[in-house]
Write a protein that binds this ligand. Structure first.
Ligand code: NDP
Length: 310
C-alpha cells in the first residue's frame, strides 16, 4: 500500500526517509502526479494544505495526517466530514515554542531593547529589575503547546494564567474560559501570548477591544496563526503606546511582502514563522503508528475534531 507525502512548504524528502526507515515495505509518493498511477493503493496523505478536488482521485484513503500542529489549511470545504484527520503533536516542537515565548518575554521584562540602545550610545546605566512574580503572563490556549509554555514560564518565576474553551486544573496556573473570562484575564497581564488554533471562533480575537483591556505598556506575542490578530489594530496599539512592544512569529500574509505595512510598525519584532518546526522523526513515527491503527480498525492518535476545527 502507499502514502502520499505533500508537506510543502517543507521539503518531503526528510519525512519520506524517516517513513521508509519505519515502514520498509510501503510505497511513498512525493507528488500527486506520481501517486495517480497507483491511486487505489494510497491509504493516507501526509499534508500541510488540502487543495479542492485533491481527494477525488484516491478512493482508498483511510485518513489524512497534518504534518503540522495546526490544521487550518486542511479543514474547509475540501475536507469530507467523515474522513478522519490527525495532527502532529511533538514534545520537542512544543519545547521550541516555549523557548521562543520565553526569549520574547525575557527580552521585554529585562528591557533588552533599552540596553541595546544604551550600548549603541555607550551609556552604562542601570534600571530596576521587576521581581518575576510581579509579572503576569496570560496564555490564550492551554493545549499541548500552551501547557509546555506555562511550565517554562513558571520555572522562571512568572505568574501565569491561561484561557481555554474548557476550564483547566493546572497547578499554579489560574484558568479562565468564555469571552468574559478572556477580558478579565487580559486586564491583569503584562504579557499576552496567543497559542490558539485558528478556527472561526478565534479569527480576529486579538483586536482593538481586547488590546485596550491590557494594562498600558503590555507586550503581545503571537506564535499561533497570523489571522488571530487584526494587524491594523495591533499597529495602532503599538503606535499609541498602549502596547510597549509585540513579537509576531506569524502574520496574516506569509511570506510577508516587502510592502506589508507591518515592517514599519515601531517596537514590533517579526520572525518568519520559525518559533518551531515539527521533526520529521516525530511526524513519521506518528504516521506509521496511525497507519497500523487504521488497518486494525483502532482509534487514531491525535485525532482532530473537524466540527470545532482543532
Ligand atoms: P491544542 O489543540 O493542543 O490546544 C489549543 C488550545 O486552545 C486548547 O487549550 C483549547 O481549549 C484552546 N481553544 C481553542 N479554541 C478556543 C476558543 N474558541 N476559546 C478559548 N480557547 C480555545 O493546540 P496546540 O497547542 O498544539 O497548538 C495551537 C496552535 O499553535 C496550532 O493550532 C497552530 O496553529 C499553532 N502553532 C504554531 C507554530 C509556530 O511555529 N508558530 C508551531 C505549532 C503550532 P480546550 O483545551 O478547552 O480544548
Amino acid at each position: 500500500m502507499a502514502v502520499l507525502v505533500l508537506t510543502h512548504p517543507q521539503p518531503p524528502q526528510p519525512f519520506v526517509e524517516e517513513l521508509r526507515r519505519l515502514m520498509p515495505g510501503e510505497e511513498f509518493f512525493m507528488d500527486v502526479e506520481a501517486a495517480l498511477a497507483h491511486a487505489n493503493n494510497v491509504e493516507a496523505i501526509l499534508l500541510w494544505r488540502l487543495s479542492p478536488g485533491m481527494l477525488d482521485a484516491f478512493p482508498s484513503i483511510k485518513f489524512l495526517a497534518a504534518s503540522a500542529a495546526g490544521v487550518d489549511k486542511i479543514i474547509g470545504p475540501a475536507m469530507p466530514p467523515s474522513l478522519p484527520l490527525t495532527r502532529t503533536v511533538d514534545v520537542q516542537q512544543n519545547q521550541q515554542i516555549a523557548q521562543y515565548v520565553c526569549a520574547m518575554v525575557l527580552r521585554h521584562v529585562r528591557q533588552q531593547a533599552l540596553y541595546d540602545a544604551q550600548q549603541r550610545d555607550k551609556v552604562w546605566r542601570r534600571h530596576p529589575i521587576p521581581s518575576p512574580s510581579s509579572v503576569t503572563v496570560g496564555l490564550m490556549g492551554l493545549g499541548e503547546s500552551g501547557q509546555v509554555v506555562a511550565a517554562a514560564l513558571l520555572a522562571l518565576g512568572f505568574n501565569v494564567c491561561g484561557w481555554s474553551r474548557s476550564p483547566k486544573k493546572i497547578p499554579s496556573v489560574e484558568s479562565f474560559s468564555g469571552s468574559a473570562g478572556l477580558l478579565s484575564m487580559v486586564g491583569r497581564c503584562q504579557v499576552l501570548v496567543c497559542l490558539l488554533p485558528l478556527t472561526p471562533e478565534t479569527t480576529s480575537v486579538v483586536n482593538a477591544n481586547l488590546l485596550a483591556k491590557l494594562p498600558r505598556g503590555a507586550f503581545f506575542i503571537n506564535v499561533a496563526r497570523g489571522l488571530h490578530v487584526v494587524e491594523q489594530d495591533l499597529a495602532q496599539a503599538l503606535q499609541s503606546g498602549q502596547l510597549a512592544g509585540a513579537a509576531l512569529d506569524v502574520q496574516g500574509r506569509e511570506p510577508m511582502p516587502t510592502d506589508d505595512p507591518l515592517w514599519a510598525v515601531p517596537n514590533l519584532l517579526i520572525t518568519p514563522h520559525v518559533a518551531s518546526l515539527p521533526s520529521a522523526k516525530a511526524v513519521a513515527s506518528q504516521l506509521a503508528e496511525n497507519l497500523l491503527r487504521a488497518r486494525r480498525g483502532e482509534p487514531l492518535l491525535h485525532l482532530v475534531d473537524t466540527r470545532i476545527g482543532y
